[in-house]
Design a protein around this ligand. Structure first.
Ligand code: BES
Ligand code: MN
Ligand code: ZN
Length: 505
């Protein structure tokens, strides 16, 4: 089902449903007052008589309207104290508004927003719509007939606000963000027999090229020749060869100079390889390209909004399989950086994929900073559950930007340590670095970050974001509660980084 949003000062002549937010002072939104007058105060009276409904968050009230009204029902959704609204709170309320409509067989609705709140009226209307849109996502391509034929495919939401033009403008920006989020979710939810390195690379090309993004694919042959031994080792056990995809968005219009750099782990399926994972829950390892999906989604958002910045995104795509050709514990491989990596566990594959991507992006683009995203360790889930993504960062300005973006978008981040202790633990006796720390699984997210740090140039602002816990909702690892999306991929990283890039100077 797709939602189409229209913004106007007055509601259309007739719609299937009316929804309005109502705060704990039980004052009606300004935009609803005309209708209330037309109905001779019917709404105000009903609201007064409904003692149980106090306008608190999680409360709702359905009023049936008189025959002459523009719709049969009005759904009032409590939002608590209006003064305290943030854009994130408005997003979340939007999610609830969508849930109040979901399942009703309606084709249109009018949503009454309010110009008088702690949030500017245009922001409130736009973020309510944004939250509705984010929550409306579904991944149902493999059961298209589950909804019966009476369920409309399209719903028009008329957002009623005094600041319609401004709200529409805000929403257009937010819609570019949701489009990126939806792409990231689609990619993560896609099944691993359909999404594998080469098919994934083709999807990226098809999605982004028409938007003006330059998409370049380094296939296995090229990577082999260039000496990208780390990503090649991870992919060598699979019949589906690995590849690297480089997406560049030249928003400045000038020659690319110190672009913003993003790298994503794109392990399309992680069996663990020869260090095979246990069978139970292994199906969830299709999420192991979540970092790359966030980067692809981010680039899509930035291109759609015609962002005036230069951005390069690189994703390393590989399938980690056990086979006669797979890499082994004990192997020593030469990475693209020239550093030798001692492999002690083939399930610690993500850091190898990232290593070659990070060397390449720094060498080729000299980015102002580089941020990598990866579903890298189970240990980050032990540390932070699914509430925060773990951020390792060597630069306070980067951290401040990420932290603020996390607070604003609700994609929360927590700063984790980079330290000599962890670096020591990934030193190898036979090569330069080892992919399994000497101290085993203790502090596993931190030793993984220390490994990646070994591939970052001296003085390069860098952050590694471990999203193993936050990439999915509802699985055995994922978030347990999520207002802005259904069970499955969250698309985490897109909203965080879009907000971060928008504010970056
Ligand atoms: N893809 C996994 C990490 C993961 C775990 C993601 C759970 C999402 C949910 C990663 O490749 C992995 O297997 N990491 C190992 C590293 C260990 C062998 C050092 C882990 O976390 O156990
Ligand atoms: Mn693994
Ligand atoms: Zn993995």
């Amino acid at each position: 089902m797709t939602l189409t949003f229209k913004f106007s000062k007055n509601p259309p002549k007739s719609v299937d449903a009316l929804i309005a937010i109502c705060d704990s002072s039980k004052k009606l939104p300004e935009t609803l007052k005309t209708l209330d007058k037309e109905l001779k105060g019917y709404i105000t009276d009903s609201l007064k008589n409904s003692d149980a409904f106090e306008g608190k968050a999680k409360q709702s009230l359905i009023l049936s309207l008189p025959k002459n009204a523009l719709a049969k029902n009005l759904v009032l959704i409590g939002i608590g104290e209006h003064k305290k609204l943030t854009t994130l709170a408005a997003d979340n309320i939007g999610g609830k508004l969508y849930m109040a409509l979901d399942g009703l067989k309606i084709k249109s609705a009018a949503l009454f927003s309010d110009a008088k709140s702690a949030l500017d009226g245009d922001m409130l209307a736009a973020h309510l719509a944004h939250g509705m849109e984010l929550r409306s996502y579904k991944f149902d391509k493999y059961r298209p007939k589950k909804d019966d034929d009476k369920t409309p495919k399209n719903i028009t939401i008329n957002v009623i606000t005094d600041l319609a033009t401004q709200a529409k403008k805000q929403f257009d920006h937010l819609h570019s963000v949701s489009s990126g989020v939806f792409l990231a979710r689609d990619l993560v939810n896609e099944v691993p027999n359909v999404l594998y390195p080469e098919s994934y690379a083709e999807i990226i090309k098809t999605e982004l090229t028409p938007l003006g993004v330059k998409v370049e694919i380094l296939d296995a042959k090229k990577m082999e020749k260039m000496g990208m031994g780390a990503i090649m080792a991870v992919g060598q056990g699979s019949i589906r060869p690995p590849c690297m995809v480089i997406m560049s968005w030249n928003g400045s219009g000038q020659k690319m100079n110190k672009p913003l750099g993003f790298v994503g782990k794109g392990v399309t399926f992680d069996t663990g390889g020869i260090s095979l994972k246990p069978g139970e829950g292994m199906d969830e390892m299709k999420l192991d390209m979540g970092g790359s999906a966030a980067v692809v989604g981010l680039i899509k958002s930035l291109a759609l909004q015609n962002a005036k910045k230069d951005v390069v995104g690189i994703v390393g795509l590989a399938e980690n399989m056990p086979s006669h050709n797979a890499y082994r514990p004990g192997d020593v491989i030469k990475s693209y950086s020239g550093k030798h990596v001692e492999v002690l566990n083939t399930d610690a594959e993500g850091r190898l994929v990232l290593a070659d991507c990070l060397t390449y992006i720094q060498e080729k683009y000299d980015p102002a900073f580089v941020i990598d995203l990866a579903t890298l360790t189970g240990a980050i889930i032990v540390a932070l559950a699914s509430e925060f993504s773990g951020v390792f960062v060597n630069d306070d300005k980067l951290w401040d930007g990420l932290n603020e973006a996390g607070t604003r978008t609700g994609e929360k981040v927590w700063r984790m340590p980079l330290d000599e202790f962890y670096r020591k633990n990934v030193e190898s006796d036979i090569g330069d670095v080892r992919n399994l720390a000497k101290n085993g699984r203790a502090g596993g997210a931190c030793t993984a970050a220390a490994f990646i740090e070994a591939f970052i140039d001296e003085g390069r602002p860098w952050s590694h974001i471990d999203i193993a816990g936050t990439a999915m909702y509802g699985g055995s690892y994922g978030k347990s509660e999520f207002d802005l999306g259904p069970k499955g991929a969250t698309g985490v990283g897109v909203r965080l980084l879009e907000e971060f890039v928008s504010k970056w100077k």
